[in-house]
Design a protein around this ligand. Sequence first.
Ligand code: AKG
Ligand code: FE2
Length: 310
Amino acid sequence: MPIAVRPEQELALHEKQFYVNDGLLPAHAIGALEPTTLDTPLEEMQRRYRENGYLFVKGVVPREDILKVRQKYFEKLAPTGCLAPGTKPVEGVFDMSQNRLSFPGVGAGPVDTDENGDVAGADPKIAKLFNDLALEAHHEDWYKEDLCRHPAIQDLVAKLTGWGDNTLSIRRTLLRNNMPHNTAIGVHYDQIFLRHGEDTFVTAWVPIGDISIEGGGLIYLEKGHDIGEQTERDFMTRARAAGMTEQETKDAYNANMLAGGLLDVGPARYAEKYNRRWLLTAYEAGDVVFHNPYAVGFREMLRLGEGSLC
Ligand SMILES: O=C(O)CCC(=O)C(=O)O
Ligand SMILES: [Fe+2]
């Protein structure tokens, strides 16, 4: 059955400090993401997905399948020196003696590049290697086949949407990392990036490992999908009024948007503007958040702590 979020859990959240790109989230802008268990009746899952714009399901994928991906990923990145000496790749512990600028996140916002288009950082060679390996990882079978086409994810989407055997997994996916203190992906909804297609897809956000509640996981704006949908409609109206071509309108990097197609780089400011809360949670390996194309999401910023990557 669904696990209800108890008010005291939300109050306990207010005693913690959560950092985002534009500073601390104020207590009144913090709520809890509501978890759903796998034995929840399908109609209830569908209701939650429809009304909340997301469905956060616990334990969808076997834990060992996720940890295998985590291990492979960090084995691949290890030659960059990102892992703390004496730790195992599957732990993904960042070497805090390294300069974080050498380890830029994939698509987490504008990155500085030099005249050759290489990622600039404290050590450009390491930054380039890190970026190249992180991109290369998208083409590995342990990622694009074993994880992205995982039957447990596919089956749940097939049931949730009623698409059944017609469920198609789109070859558009991002394998992101979040280094301690680095800028996280800004406020966005996914239709921004997939405007060339219909707005009927489902995104599965899959944490590759456990993430503590302050650990830099994804956070969602409460019922943000209505804001996302309205924003998209306004955007289309403005694009038409400005005489944009079809191609320009579909492009997430166009004149009406922030760099990278983001709605805002500052979630605290965004929550204030719309008077909505950001919903946070801890994640365990195997959990999946399914969300609709207009759900407004953002990454919490990973601050000090154990420096575990996610
Ligand atoms: O940083 C993340 O994992 C979230 C990325 C995301 O929301 C996206 O790629 O659309
Ligand atoms: Fe997203």
